[in-house]
Ligand binder design. Structure first.
Ligand SMILES: Cc1cc2nc3c(=O)[nH]c(=O)nc-3n(C[C@H](O)[C@H](O)[C@H](O)COP(=O)(O)O)c2cc1C
Length: 204
């Protein structure tokens, strides 16, 4: 979420190709999340159904929630909130890329979700999670509860990557058939959902 990525690309809002907003939740130095996000970005490009905008929460553009009003009112006082709002508004679908910390999601993604409200409503949602034996699935289970409160609509297929450390080769994630197949299925389902949900999205 650098200054650069914080400038919403107005052309994307009118383009024929819908935008997939991928949010990288992991923010710590040396994170595996970055190579996972790079692997997923390749899959999105190969799939071809979406333009990708990758927002990296490690860029620090979103401080801990600093808005005085409830987000559902959209009475934002901070420039970073208005920019984040525009980025999410212009997305046709969202993919959250997340590790699992202490059987839950990282605080960064909760903060990014809490900033907004209507912008998330009826948003097609996919998950890319990774970790050890549990592949981040407990983090995703918790995120389903939070994103459900915001009215986001998850697709059935998720990309779940167990033992992610074993897939790292020279700092890159080497995918496999299972991962590639899940990514394609998830992107297909997101495409189906955005086609019907797009008309329900609120753009105040
Ligand atoms: C604070 C912390 C808590 C963790 N808790 C879990 C956990 O509950 N379950 C799990 O499978 N892995 C856990 N791990 C291991 C992570 O799956 C692994 O470190 C992974 O690389 C984290 O993603 P990241 O590198 O993008 O931060 C934890 C790691 C950290 C740093």
């Amino acid at each position: 979420l650098s200054e650069q990525t914080l400038t919403p690309d107005a052309t994307q809002q009118n383009s024929v190709t819908p935008k997939l907003l991928a949010i990288l939740a992991s923010v710590r130095p040396g994170r595996v999340g970055l190579p996972v996000a790079e692997w997923f970005s390749h899959r999105v490009r190969e799939h071809g159904g979406f333009d990708l905008e990758l927002v990296d929460l490690a860029d620090g553009a979103l401080p801990p929630l600093d808005e005085p009003n409830h987000p559902r009112l959209r009475r934002y006082t901070q420039e970073h909130t208005r920019t984040w709002s525009a980025i999410v508004d212009s997305a046709a679908a969202v993919a959250i890329i997340t590790p699992e910390y202490n059987h839950g999601y990282p605080a960064s993604i909760k903060n990014a979700l809490d900033y907004l409200n209507q912008e998330w409503r009826h948003m097609p949602l996919g998950f890319v999670s990774y970790g050890g034996v549990s592949a981040g699935t407990r983090a995703v289970a918790q995120l389903r509860q939070v994103t459900g409160a915001l009215g986001m609509i998850p697709v059935a297929t998720a990309v779940t990557i167990p033992f992610v450390a074993q897939l790292l080769k020279d700092g890159e994630v080497e995918g496999n058939e299972t991962m590639d197949g899940a990514a394609t299925a998830m992107l297909d389902e997101l495409t189906e959902l955005y086609r019907v949900l797009g008309q329900l999205r609120v753009h105040a």
